[in-house]
Every structure is written in structure tokens, then in C-alpha cells.
Design a binder for this molecule. Sequence first.
Ligand code: ZN
Length: 478
Amino acid sequence: MKDTDSPTHKNMKRIFSIFVLCLCSLALWAGGQAKYVFYFIGDGMGVNQVNLAQTYLAALEGRIGIQPLCFTSFPNAALVTTYSATNGVTDSAAAGTALSTGSKTKNGALGMKADGKTPLQSIARQAAAHGAAVGVSTSVSVDHATPAAFYAQQAARSSYHAIGTDLVRAGFDFYAGSDFLQPTTKEGGENLYEQCQKAGYVIARGYEDFQSQQKKAKKLLLLQTEEASAKDRSSLPYAIDRTDDALTLSQITQAGIDFLSQKSKKGFFLMVEGGKIDWACHSNDAATAIHEILDMDKAVSIAFDFLKKHPEETLIVVTADHETGGLVMGRGPYELHSDLLQHQRMSVEAYAAHLKELQKQHGDSLSWDTVKQDLAENWGLGKEVKLSEKQEKRLENAFRSMKEGSSTDHKTLYASISALADAARATLAECALIGWQSGGHSNGYVPVFAVGVGAEKFHGQMDNTEIPLRIAEAAGWE
Ligand SMILES: [Zn+2]
């Protein structure tokens, strides 16, 4: 591997830097306020997650080094601390609240002080109060912690139905995500879809439906199709597993721009969460996490295209709520083989489901040879990814105990993964020399990147609570 950037890559970087510099000087010269604000939050996206995505892209080109993403090329960046009011390691509710309201709270609380009683004001509400159109969107369910931190005021992040009611009550112009987790309650009454419609929301199911319905809608809730929700209402599929008909974060971002830009002459605020970077990291699934980051970067580049058209009025901020998994690149030897992750064809969760199918198809006659070939096809294991005897033995043992029915699933926060699927994941991570400390969050720094009007406010080391305050400053929403 060469250790330098290719000449074309260097040139591209130079052109991009000059372009960004021009945009920034234009914005400074205009001295204006950010009329259009994009706030991207990569859930679980610590500095190492970002670094891994860039390192992986360079490795695919046969280089040691990095291939910058759209958002890592922004001119301003800072390191962000994420601890909560009560815990050295935050959860997504407390971190989301810090990023939305500028106040620390206890883990689990949404838009509430640590006392669990005093409501906090989010930047989304401030934007709305100043006449901006407001959108809150995510690749997971609309009532999940990060999006909810922008509209809900609840002591417990798990009160999904109540959070949904808060969504309607906040009355923002645009919401998007997979679905509601708990549209109905045991007590009956109006379900959340009915509440939305009563409050004047058009509910669009999928991007095509959005396109046909958006013109006549005053307020809009964009969800995935009912078929997709019947399979899994908790989130959009992982980018690595996605089929063409699935709703994507890029479509959501484009929809948010199209819808919000017609709604107010005073601009808009759009929060977009890449929610499943965190889920992949809870499963210690590096390839899937990389694809989620690249997928969010695509959504960021849609916002960046908008900024190019409105350079003196747009601010884009990209950050994360916390790090997940304690990800490290390097496990002892001074080497890294992140390129090997390209041989993983699906998420570890999808592979666990695939193995169940395989067992169903073959029944008792399922052989190690068949599974070995399957591991080669879907993970490159034993094929592009060379295995030691010990590693092959571990996989075979996991297969034997799966067959005997004596293996126990590996439970992560969002999934239950069979031991063999998890062994495949762990083996590939070992070969790629990627390490994980846990299946939970860590206190690691997260990055913040910014471009556009007010981007210069993001520098040095910051606390997560300062981010919404500086956005509000840049937009004049204080
Ligand atoms: Zn998490």
C-alpha cells in the first residue's frame, strides 16, 4: 500500500478547499444570519467511527490514509464532551436533550431537567417561535430518543405513546422516520395517526407518496410504507441491507428541504438523525456502522448542495450524541486491514435471520460444508479473509452448537444475534484488526463539523450543551 494520497485525490481536495473558502468569505462578507439551518446527528458516531469510515474508503483504493467524507471536509470542527448531568457515560435521551436544549439532564430524560419535572426549551421550538419552518427527522422511529429530544418533554424516553402525543402537540411542520413505536394504548382512545390527522398533518407513506401529497399538505409526517413497517416499524433498514423500495435518509433530507422551504419566508431548521450508526455499534458491527455513516454523509451532501445555492444564508452542523462500543482501530499489531470489511454482505442482524432461513431450508441435513461456503460468500471468511485454524475451529464449534440447539443468542440493546452470526462478526473484526470495548456507550469525544454562516463558532473543545446555543446565535434565535 502507498502511504500518500493519489494526485487526483489531492487536486480534488484542493479544489474543494478553495470552494469552501470562497463560500466562507462570502458568508462573512454578507455578515448575515443563518436563515437555513441543518443539524445532523450521527447517533453513536464518535471520532473513531468517523475515522474508520474514512480509513475504510482509502483502504478500498489500496491506500493507507483517509478518503474525506463530505462533512469531514467542512472548514470548522471541534471536539465535544458528552457526559450527562448524572452519568459519566450518557444515553441518547440526555445527550439529545443537551444537543437540543443546551442543558444537561439525567440519563433517560427528554427535554426535561434532571428533576424530571421542569421542561426545557429546545432549539426547534425557538426556531418555530422566530417564524422558521421546523423539521425533525431520523432513520429510526420518530419517537426515538434523539428526535424526541427536540419536541418532547418527558421524564422517561420509553414513554413512546406519550412522546408521540408530544410530537403532535409541538406541531412542527415536518417529521420523518420509520413509524411510531406505540401508536395505540391499552386504554384505547385516538391513536397517534388519528391525532396527527386531526391536528392537520398529512401522513405520507414512502417517498413517492410524499411527492404526490406534499403540495397540498400544510404539515407533513413522512413514514415508511405500511409493508415496511409490518416487517420492522422500529427503524428504516440498514444501508447495507437496503432494497430499492426502502425509504432512505437522503430521501428524508430532500423531502425536508422541499417541504420546509415552501413553508416560511423566514427560513427553516431541519434536524436529521442517522440513528442506526448507534445500533450497528451496539452490535459491534463495524461494516454496517461504516455504511450507516456513509449513508448519512450522502444526506449531508444533499444539504451541502442546498448550501451551495444559498451560501450566505445556510449553516450545516454535523455532530453526534455519544460514542458507542468503544471502537478502536488496532488490536496490538501495528497494522490495520479495514479493507477486509468490504466482504461483509449484510448486517450481523440480517445474517442471523439468514442463518435461521438456512436451517429451515436444510433441516437436520444442514452440513458444516454448506455453512462454511455460506460464510465465505457473505463474509469472505476462509476466502478473501484468511483464517487461522483456531478461527475456523471457533466458527465450526458455533455451527455445531447451533445445530444441537445448545447455543445461546448474543443479546445487544436492539437485537438478538445467534452465536454463529456473532462469531462470524467477531472473526472478521479480528482479521480487520478492529476492536470493541463493549456493547454500550462510552464517554469518548464526539466530533462536530460545521460549514456556512456561523460555522466559525465551532472550534476547539466544546461541551455538547454549547452546540444548540451557538446554532441559535448564528440564526438569531436566542
Ligand atoms: Zn445507543
